[in-house]
Ligand binder design. Structure first.
Ligand SMILES: Cc1cc2nc3c(=O)[nH]c(=O)nc-3n(C[C@H](O)[C@H](O)[C@H](O)COP(=O)(O)OP(=O)(O)OC[C@H]3O[C@@H](n4cnc5c(N)ncnc54)[C@H](O)[C@@H]3O)c2cc1C
Length: 445
């Protein structure tokens, strides 16, 4: 009797680095690896231990620069070729079926198409995070081969639809109504849910601002779909799924979350986490105007008075500042922040701080950078007397230039710094300020 040929096991391979592509993001691949097979070298690039790597591909999925690929030995490649040949001869199940997705769920998901970005506005001025999200949205839409759209709500806000075309949107859904003049959760989320139920986008992105956090939660709850807040990475994985990466467990690991059976897939991203796309003046698109039958009596919240709590220059928002001079516990007191303020004034920036300083009452919480503070992406970030805990660095590691001043040469802040100065900040910071003043005076002469 002929012996039945045993089907070979599909080799999983190993992950490896594509030379020159790593952007030293801070070790998302390292944090994602379930087997501790990834370590970072002194350049911040991954070194993969083949003996530990199980070929799960998680590092590939979270890499923001697509700098990793799968590697198969010649023997493994032969097995793969053989399996591919057999699969071509026999019908293989659809990937979704393979993973247990029912035909009903597949049919439901297939109705949803397109990537939508919420254009958040106050007094008809857009929050910059909306345009940042359009940059990321364009990447996702391209990967899915679908249209990128925005949705704009407010009163007299049509100009924002046009502005969104300049940042890459092809279409903009507009609800322009006096009821939406000032933000209130109820009319906003009801209008958005109506739009989503009618047009069925597969991905909805919103800014993780105070307004966006409030609104996204209400929308996701009403639509009974998933929402991943404060994402730091968004990519498209298998089966058109949005892979939503965010820090978890106090920032100690990066979790990648998928919304497998519900649509739309919703994610929020903090300001300055995604880079701003280039503005294409004059770009055009299609505006879809929608009317929603609002009934003011349905809304519990009424706006009686508006109180503007924006401060003068001293209250510059750290999220939008181009230069930040941040202090940590090494500042020792509230009074010592004066030396940071002097440097910030020289460079037209503002001060920021680690949570340790906020907890000590030296600075206000609006100046806190990090996981439970703000995410910043200034042109220059000075880290003075900050150790560089992961909860701090997740909020500033994407700054264009990081200058760290710390008297401990082993401080982790030096791992994300562009320039590191080992020394006493009370000597180094005033010296930098004095030198800048001197150079400026020389130039004036
Ligand atoms: C859930 C959670 C969320 C958190 N969220 C945040 C957050 O959003 N933001 C945040 O910042 N932290 C956050 N933290 C706290 C974080 O873990 C750290 O405790 C905090 O960032 C430490 O602040 P620091 O670097 O200022 O202080 P330290 O870790 O105490 O570091 C002080 C540094 O100053 C240096 N130093 C001292 N004197 C001098 C001197 N004269 N000259 C030069 N250097 C000097 C020391 O060498 C040291 O490296 C969070 C923690 C948890 C658990």
């Amino acid at each position: 009797m002929a012996e039945e040929k045993k089907k070979p096991k599909r080799p999983l391979g190993h992950a490896r680095l594509i030379l020159g592509k790593c952007i030293a993001c801070g070790g998302r691949c390292e944090a994602e690896c379930p087997k501790e097979a990834v370590t970072l070298n002194e350049k911040g690039e991954p070194v993969i231990d083949f003996n530990k790597c199980i070929g799960c591909r998680r590092c590939l999925k979270v890499c923001p620069a697509s700098a990793l690929e799968m590697f198969f030995t010649p023997e493994e490649q032969l097995v793969l070729d053989e399996l591919a040949k057999t699969a071509a001869q026999t019908k293989t199940p659809e990937p979704a079926e393979e993973e247990g997705q029912s035909a009903d769920v597949k049919a439901k998901l297939a109705q949803f198409k397109g990537v939508w970005v919420f254009v958040e506005q106050t007094e008809s001025k857009a929050e910059e995070v909306s345009w940042e999200l359009l940059g990321k949205g364009a990447e996702l839409a391209k990967a899915l081969n679908v249209e990128l759209s925005t949705f704009v709500l407010g009163e007299n806000v049509e100009a924002l639809c046009k502005e969104s075309f300049a940042y890459g949107a092809a279409k903009s859904y507009l609800v322009d109504d006096p009821v939406l003049k000032h933000y209130r959760t109820e009319p906003y989320y009801k209008a958005i849910c109506e739009l989503i139920n009618k047009y069925k986008p597969e991905i909805v992105l919103m800014g993780a601002t105070p307004l966006g956090r409030d609104l996204a939660g209400a929308v996701a709850t009403d639509l009974a779909t998933g929402l991943t807040a404060d994402c730091t990475g968004l990519t498209i994985g298998d089966n058109r799924l949005l892979l939503q990466t965010r820090p978890a467990f106090g920032g100690n690991i990066m979790a990648t979350i998928r919304t497998e059976e519900n649509r739309p897939q919703m994610a929020s991203v903090r300001p300055h986490v995604m880079p701003m796309p280039r503005k294409q003046e004059g770009a055009t698109g299609v505006i879809i105007r929608e009317k929603i039958a609002f009934n003011e009596n349905d809304f519990l919240v009424k706006i009686l008075e508006l109180v503007d709590d924006r401060k003068g220059d001293g209250g510059m928002d750290i999220a939008g500042a181009e230069v930040l001079v941040a202090g940590g516990r090494g500042m020792l007191s509230k009074d010592n922040f004066k030396i940071l303020q002097a440097l910030a004034d020289e460079l037209g920036g503002t001060i920021a701080a680690s949570r340790a300083c906020v907890e000590a009452g030296w600075v206000g919480v609006e100046k806190q950078v990090g996981q439970t503070g703000k995410t910043v992406r200034p042109k220059i970030y000075f880290a003075c007397g900050i150790s560089g805990a992961i909860q701090h660095t997740v909020g500033m590691q994407d700054s264009e230039l990081i200058i760290a001043i710390n008297r401990d040469p082993g401080a982790p802040i030096f791992e994300v710094a562009t320039y590191g100065i080992v020394g006493d900040l009370f000597k180094v910071v005033p010296a930098i300020t004095a030198r800048i003043k001197e150079l400026r005076n020389q130039r004036r002469k």
